[in-house]
Write a protein that binds this ligand. Structure first.
Ligand SMILES: CC(=O)CC(=O)SCCNC(=O)CCNC(=O)[C@H](O)C(C)(C)COP(=O)(O)OP(=O)(O)OC[C@H]1O[C@@H](n2cnc3c(N)ncnc32)[C@H](O)[C@@H]1OP(=O)(O)O
Ligand SMILES: NC(=O)C1=CN([C@@H]2O[C@H](COP(=O)(O)OP(=O)(O)OC[C@H]3O[C@@H](n4cnc5c(N)ncnc54)[C@H](OP(=O)(O)O)[C@@H]3O)[C@@H](O)[C@H]2O)C=CC1
Length: 284
């Protein structure tokens, strides 16, 4: 199936990045969020990223305008009616994702693929609320989307081979590398990454070292580009907590219990970079 029109649901840090790389690859993109201000915030991020590319000589002003012209605003899920693929990047919450997929199943054309950028939720459970589970798949981009090469492509229990192949081909068109993964909580990326981040938070909670020291050890000692606490802030502490809860519940092992300090920060609204404060404080 030839994909021409892509709808992205959620214009947050991931949705805006996905919309940008799709538009850069020549796809027509419908970028959806619930409120105008959320869409505008997402478009603003895309515009800034493209402006930086122009500044650095990687794009011309005309190319920047052409990418932006391929992105259309949407504030209603009804706009899925003529999309070939919908990539959902709303918040990491099963009820919200199932409600979106139920509606998409009613609205989207029969041939349309319903993909989710979930970090950890079972694809099979999301697919189960639709009448087309064979057309539901995980397309897990990494943050920041315009920079990171990987897309984990996750097959749900019922995902058809043809759908997998179409998504693998689209991933290549986006200039990314797809890696095939089966449907288990956290897939590969977050099953390995998040316990490390959670352990770093435990180290802080138990007073083993300061946040800066913990980050320095992993940056300078292990050559990680960001320390784990900086990375947690970058991902979003709400998303980190959701992923740990899904690992804990889905794999049933106490080694995945979320650190109480992580829960406390999320309860306080300290969500990391996106809210201005997490382990560190950020200027807007
Ligand atoms: C939670 C999940 O489900 C899965 C996940 O995504 S987990 C998170 C995975 N991501 C990571 O682990 C990221 C780790 N961090 C990094 O790789 C790097 O710190 C980084 C790429 C984010 C920034 O790199 P850096 O060298 O520290 O900073 P900087 O020099 O400013 O940026 C490097 C390049 O990335 C670009 N960049 C940085 N942040 C960006 C952003 N948010 N959006 C777009 N481009 C960005 C910069 O423009 C720069 O490009 P050029 O060098 O070509 O101009
Ligand atoms: N952060 C990361 O590093 C990564 C995250 N992911 C996954 O991507 C998804 C999005 O995460 P991220 O971009 O960080 O989160 P953000 O909080 O930045 O963005 C989510 C966006 O979706 C909007 N939204 C919520 N519900 C709906 C809905 N029903 N319809 C349309 N839009 C909606 C939110 O609006 P509002 O602000 O009102 O809630 C917000 O604008 C999650 O599933 C996450 O697990 C995957 C890879 C990496």
């Amino acid at each position: 199936m030839a994909i021409q029109k892509v709808m992205v649901i959620g214009a947050g840090q991931m949705g805006s990045g996905i919309a940008q790389v799709c538009a850069q690859a020549g796809y027509e993109v419908i970028l959806n969020d619930m409120k105008d201000e959320f869409f505008e915030r997402g478009l603003n991020t895309i515009t800034k990223n493209l402006a930086r590319d122009v500044e650095k000589g990687r794009k011309t002003e005309e190319e920047k305008s052409a990418v932006l012209a391929r992105i259309t605003k949407s504030l209603t899920i009804e706009d899925a009616k003529d999309a070939d693929i919908i990539i959902e990047a709303a918040v990491e919450n099963m009820d919200i994702k199932q409600s979106i997929f139920k509606q998409l199943d009613e609205i989207a054309p029969k041939h349309a693929i319903l993909a989710t950028n979930t970090s950890s939720l079972p694809i099979t459970e999301i697919a189960a609320v639709t009448k087309r589970p064979e057309q539901v798949i995980g397309m897990h981009f990494m943050n920041p989307v315009p920079v990171m090469k990987l897309v984990e492509i996750i097959r749900g229990l019922a995902t058809a081979d043809k759908v997998y192949e179409t998504v693998a081909e689209m991933t290549k068109q986006l200039g990314k590398t797809g890696v095939e993964v089966n449907d288990f909580p956290g897939f590969i990326s977050n099953r390995i990454l998040l316990p490390m981040i959670n352990e770093a938070i435990y180290a802080l909670y138990e007073g083993v070292a300061s946040k800066e020291a913990i980050d320095d050890v992993m940056k300078m000692g292990m050559n990680h580009p960001m320390g784990p606490l900086t990375l947690a802030d970058f991902i979003g502490l709400d998303t980190c907590l959701s992923i740990m809860e899904i690992l804990h519940e889905g794999l049933g092992d106490s080694k995945y219990r979320p650190c109480p300090l992580l829960r406390k920060y999320v309860a306080a609204g300290w969500l990391g970079k996106k809210s201005g404060r997490g382990f560190y404080i950020y200027e807007s």
